[in-house]
Write a new protein. Structure first.
Length: 151
């Protein structure tokens, strides 16, 4: 879409997947939101409302937890030793019990917060993706609106 993409993990974590100072993280997010156009990848629930209310479009990927779990392990195994481009400096994909618990609890833990944002900011176009096919269909809709090729 020819827009700058910002990955929340790059701003939330430091090398070794250590959480950064919260104020520094917030400053990074505020700086991103001051720009005219952006795509922000990641959930970063501590900053979700500030990002959501500034967004034109929000895409909530709500794929099955088993599929997400499979993809975590697949990504980890297929990229062993390869640095992540969307993570903190020098980070590689990893799997931890903390990540698995976060994934498993996420839908129930944050459902109300996400629904409340939808109600409070109705002008934000919201897509909930529940399958790979829905993701492809939504991509076509978004690219068509932006007059971009989508194949």
């Amino acid at each position: 879409m020819h827009l700058p993409v910002f990955h929340i993990d790059k701003h939330f974590f430091e090398k070794g997947w250590v959480e950064r100072d919260h104020d520094h993280f917030l400053n990074d997010v505020h700086s991103i939101l001051k720009t005219d156009q952006w795509i922000i990848d990641g959930n970063g629930m501590k900053t979700l409302e500030m990002r959501y209310k500034k967004a034109d479009l929000a895409i909530y990927c709500r794929l099955s937890r088993l599929l997400c779990l499979y993809r975590i392990f697949y990504r980890w195994l297929s990229t062993i030793g390869i640095a992540k481009s969307d993570g903190p400096e020098g980070a590689t994909n990893s799997v931890s019990w903390r990540l698995i618990k976060y994934l498993w609890k996420f839908p129930r833990k944050y459902r109300d917060q996400i629904n409340n944002l939808r109600v409070e900011y109705p002008k934000v176009e919201f897509f909930e993706v529940r399958s790979i096919q829905e993701a492809k269909d939504i991509q076509k809709v978004i690219f068509k609106k932006a007059n971009l090729p989508h194949e």
